[in-house]
Design a protein around this ligand. Structure first.
Ligand SMILES: [Zn+2]
Length: 199
């Protein structure tokens, strides 16, 4: 099967420029980086007139300034490739787009600490585009909470859906952690006599 390859072409990338403009040129804390990534994903979807789910690959393949090709060989200078199944290829396409948006220099990207941070950002961006926060929150509120069904609806893997639910504070793990935190805070707030009578 042919590899799928994402590559950038510098041809009037108006939306790309706007996505890049959201990227700060100074160091930011991880929480702020995640927030910026969510904003980039939301802007991309808004400007792509995309009504999802599922989010179509054309959000990237029709993006001005981007060329996605299929190739058996990865030509020099292109940004990424995957022989993975279709669902993984979807992630790869959006992941590679984030690399194009970030546009870091090769020397910068070679630094291990930066590389890890970049990879985390790219993975987050792919999840944020493929599973938009607003859509998932709406589904969750409407009672659609089963990971396999949600994964099918958004055409992503179940592991990606589980990660996205956790990221947005939804899902069993996140809710369990929040409840435990609330119980601990409530316990701390009680007076000694209240704690005795509660036993
Ligand atoms: Zn990457």
């Amino acid at each position: 099967m042919a590899n799928r390859v994402g590559a950038a072409r510098a041809t009037k990338p108006a939306l790309l420029a706007r996505l890049r403009a959201l990227e700060p040129t100074w160091p930011v804390a991880p929480a702020e980086r995640r927030w910026i990534t969510e904003r980039q994903a939301a802007l991309l979807l808004l400007k792509s007139d995309t009504l999802g789910p599922p989010i179509p690959n054309r959000v990237v393949t029709e993006l001005e300034g981007i060329t996605v090709t299929e190739s058996e060989q990865l030509p020099k200078g292109l940004l990424g490739a995957s022989q993975a199944p279709p669902l993984e290829q979807r992630v790869t396409i959006f992941h590679e787009l984030k690399h194009v948006i970030d546009g870091l220099s090769a020397a910068h990207a070679r630094r291990a600490s930066h590389r890890n941070q970049c990879e985390r950002s790219c993975e987050h961006f792919a999840r944020a585009v493929l599973v938009p926060a607003a859509a998932l929150h709406a589904d969750w509120q409407a009672g659609h909470r089963r990971i396999p069904a949600l994964a099918r609806r958004y055409q992503v893997s179940e592991s990606l859906m589980a990660a996205r639910l956790h990221e947005l504070g939804l899902g069993a793990k996140a809710i369990g952690a929040r409840r435990a935190f609330c119980r601990a805070v409530t316990r701390l707030g009680r007076t000694k006599s209240e704690r005795r009578s509660a036993r």
